[in-house]
Design a protein around this ligand. Structure first.
Ligand SMILES: [Zn+2]
Length: 418
């Protein structure tokens, strides 16, 4: 009997040791929603033509892999619900579901690490209960069951949430729980979250928050009300940086604040989403997508600085849940008056002339900027193209080659941890 107990204890110790040896202590997962390979290389070429620094993760010191994004339905291209679920929970599911597998159980990497006493941060430019961030803490049959996702935020007990706002309502309106944003905030506060709601524009550093915390800048949120058509998704997101360049370091600020306040002896897991890259690509608005990718890249910089001081224990991943828009780099003029040079031309630097997103413009004007740059689009929806995954630091060698999005979770953890 005593022998058995000893053997079990030894096994437990070994398991603990293996876990602590394998899993990086500090994990950053950056998801550019809709950020296909061409979106990344358009931005890279844009910077090159303006003679500016390249994207952090395009440095040759980073490893590279190709990620397949299919959801479980062969006839359907994925959305951010199924794509995010695969990345967060390691299981393929149906279009529109959040954190629920097609069969069996699946647990997000954030919950697995939370149980190991890691601190957890979920950061996005869009609503905190939008599909991609929700996949790390939520379990709902429809990504539009926003009220259930608010409840899932409470149950998660995650340490740090930051985003543009919180949506309310349900896909099934009969079951609505919360009237509006203010009521949702009140419920979250009552559940124990500290709130940081007003952040002066010039702030370079957030106050070190008392955890758990929710960061939503209601100053920005209220300004977003001027947007035409009064989209609630827009009101609850950070503004496009092309429209309000004064806020272009906001995602970086939230990332910096998260890594400062979440650092501890056990470790942290921080997911940062550039959520509006996808929205700009749905609008076939190349200049706006490029500006969003640049702000996303700026948010990777504090993680990269952190890596430089903790290179043995840190993993940074940069990837996407799917491609949006079917972007092509070059579109050719079907115009005999143009020379061959123009037919084969690609002028990404011309996107710098565009100063407003489609929200403050019109499709004809945006179309002209696309054409001048020779950026082509094939759809307003998602595509089935694979996306890139760039990695740096501990376990980065696990993220090369071609693999499924559902493999990410266990490759980070280093084994089965269900
Ligand atoms: Zn989308």
């Amino acid at each position: 009997m005593l022998k058995n107990i000893r053997a079990v204890l030894l096994l437990l110790l070994l398991f603990r040791h293996a876990f602590s040896l394998d899993t990086p202590q500090f994990i950053f997962l950056f998801i550019g929603d809709g950020m296909g390979l061409n979106q990344v290389f358009l931005t890279g070429k844009y910077l090159e033509s303006l003679k500016k620094d390249k994207l952090v993760f395009l440095d040759p010191s980073w490893k590279f892999g190709l990620l397949k994004t299919d959801c479980i339905e062969p006839a359907k291209i994925t959305d951010s619900g199924a794509g995010g679920t695969a990345i967060a929970c390691g299981c393929k599911t149906e279009y529109g579901l959040i954190g629920l597998p097609d069969t069996g159980a699946c647990e997000s990497i954030a919950f697995i690490l939370k149980k190991k006493k890691y601190r957890i941060g979920i950061i996005t430019t869009v609503p905190i209960n939008h599909a991609t961030p929700a996949c790390f803490y939520g379990h709902v049959k429809s990504r539009k069951n926003y009220d259930y996702l608010i409840n899932d935020m409470i149950v998660s007990k995650f340490d740090f949430f930051a985003g543009g706002g919180i949506l309310t309502g349900q896909a099934d309106t009969a079951k609505s729980l919360y009237k509006n944003f203010d009521q949702a905030l009140a419920v979250l506060k009552q559940a124990g979250f500290n709130l940081i709601l007003n952040i002066p524009r010039a702030h370079k550093q957030l106050p070190i928050p008392l955890l758990p915390v929710i960061v939503i800048d209601t100053l920005i949120r209220n300004r977003q009300v001027e947007i035409k058509a009064a989209y609630s998704d827009e009101h609850n997101s950070l503004p496009y940086v092309i429209d309000r360049p004064e806020y272009n370091s906001r995602l970086a600020l939230y990332t910096k604040s998260a890594l400062t306040s979440l650092e501890n002896d056990t470790g942290f897991f921080i997911m940062v989403e550039g959520g509006k890259i996808d929205w700009a690509c749905h609008d076939n608005d190349a200049a706006t997508a490029v500006a969003e990718i640049l702000a996303f890249n700026d948010a990777i910089k504090p993680a990269y600085d952190f890596y430089k001081s903790h290179p043995e224990n840190t993993l940074i991943l940069v990837t996407a849940d799917h491609e949006t828009g079917g972007l092509s780099l070059g579109r050719g003029y079907a115009d005999t008056s143009k020379s061959d040079v123009n037919n084969y031309g690609f002028f990404p630097g011309k996107l710098a002339l565009q100063k407003k997103s489609l929200l403050y413009s019109d499709t004809a004007t945006i179309g002209t900027f696309n054409r001048d740059a020779q950026a082509g689009w094939t759809t307003n929806e998602h595509t089935a193209m694979p996306v890139g995954i760039w990695s740096l630091g501990k376990r980065s060698e696990e993220f090369t080659g071609i693999f499924e999005n559902a493999a990410i979770r266990d490759r980070i953890l280093g084994g089965k941890h269900r």
